[in-house]
Write a protein that binds this ligand. Structure first.
Ligand SMILES: C[S@@+](CC[C@H](N)C(=O)[O-])C[C@H]1O[C@@H](n2cnc3c(N)ncnc32)[C@H](O)[C@@H]1O
Length: 259
């Protein structure tokens, strides 16, 4: 099986045809949340730039279509995961319920629902609900012998005890939305990918649930965040992305800027 490679295409097909069964220690998946066209259109809003507008064709499905799609891709991930493997799935409140139900139906054990508290969350334009400032990452495992590098996580935890000593990593992560140098932007200053995830989030996940030399797979690679962090941390990686524009962007990020 090839590693350190980006496949262009649909993840369900590629997981089935190109990735060996029981071969991957860790999967991070940041799937479509099915929120485009459902009132989250930020066009024209200048606060913080336009980069957070999520209104993409890949993100529009009916509720039954979304349920079926979620079952298919999580099922395909189950097959390629090793028996001690972990899957981390990034969710918003839009798709958390579907993801949790399907993980349970497929016999995954849910270990944590990590809360990502965005320290620079977008203001609430409607003024009709509490301002959303969180996303979730569901951590589920296939068998009983999952990897959890508890001590290593303590060392990288920015939160310290009162006396300055290391502290257990909790399940609430305070991280900003990607900005500054880390944010990939075009010449016009606009974000190149609407949902680029923070490298710090992937660092914690990869250190928590894999070892050096293991294989980390991302079925919705987007701008390549998982691959770049896996590479930095000495893991092998496999990325799948169906949009050629994003594949080219990720390749440039991983193979040009990093080499
Ligand atoms: C939420 S974004 C992932 C962003 C990524 N985590 C990052 O940091 O850039 C989801 C990505 O999945 C891709 N995608 C959607 N459906 C797909 C499918 N069936 N197979 C493969 N990729 C898909 C989209 O093109 C989009 O880039």
């Amino acid at each position: 099986m090839k590693t350190n490679i980006i496949y262009t295409g649909d993840c369900i097909k590629i997981l089935t045809e190109k990735v060996d069964k029981n071969s991957v220690e860790l999967i991070f998946a940041d799937p479509p949340y099915n929120l485009s066209g459902n009132g989250l259109k930020w066009k024209g809003n200048k606060t913080g730039g336009n980069w957070y507008m999520v209104n993409e064709e890949w993100d529009k499905m009916t509720a039954p279509e979304y349920m079926q799609f979620t079952r298919k891709w999580i099922g395909a991930c189950y097959k390629v995961l090793k028996d001690n493997g972990s899957i981390y799935i990034s969710c918003t409140y839009h798709n958390l319920a579907e993801v949790m139900i399907i993980l349970k139906q497929l016999d995954f054990k849910i270990n944590n629902v990590i809360v990502w508290q965005k320290t620079n969350a977008m203001p609430n334009m409607t003024k009709r609900v509490f301002t959303h400032s969180t996303e979730f990452v569901v951590w589920a495992v296939k068998g009983k012998k999952w990897i959890f590098n508890y001590e290593k996580l303590k060392k990288i935890n920015p939160e310290k005890q009162k006396d300055g000593s290391v502290k257990q990593m909790r399940d609430v992560w305070l991280l900003p939305l990607v900005q500054g140098k880390e944010r990939l932007r075009g010449k016009d200053g606009r974000a190149l990918h609407p949902t680029q995830k923070p490298e710090e989030m992937l660092k914690r996940i990869i250190i928590a649930s894999s070892e050096k030399g293991n294989t980390v797979l991302d079925p919705f690679l987007g701008s390549g965040t998982t691959a770049i962090v896996a590479k930095k941390l000495g893991r092998n990686w496999i990325g799948i992305e169906k949009n050629k524009k994003y594949v080219d962007m990720a390749k440039k990020r991983i193979f040009v800027y990093m080499e």
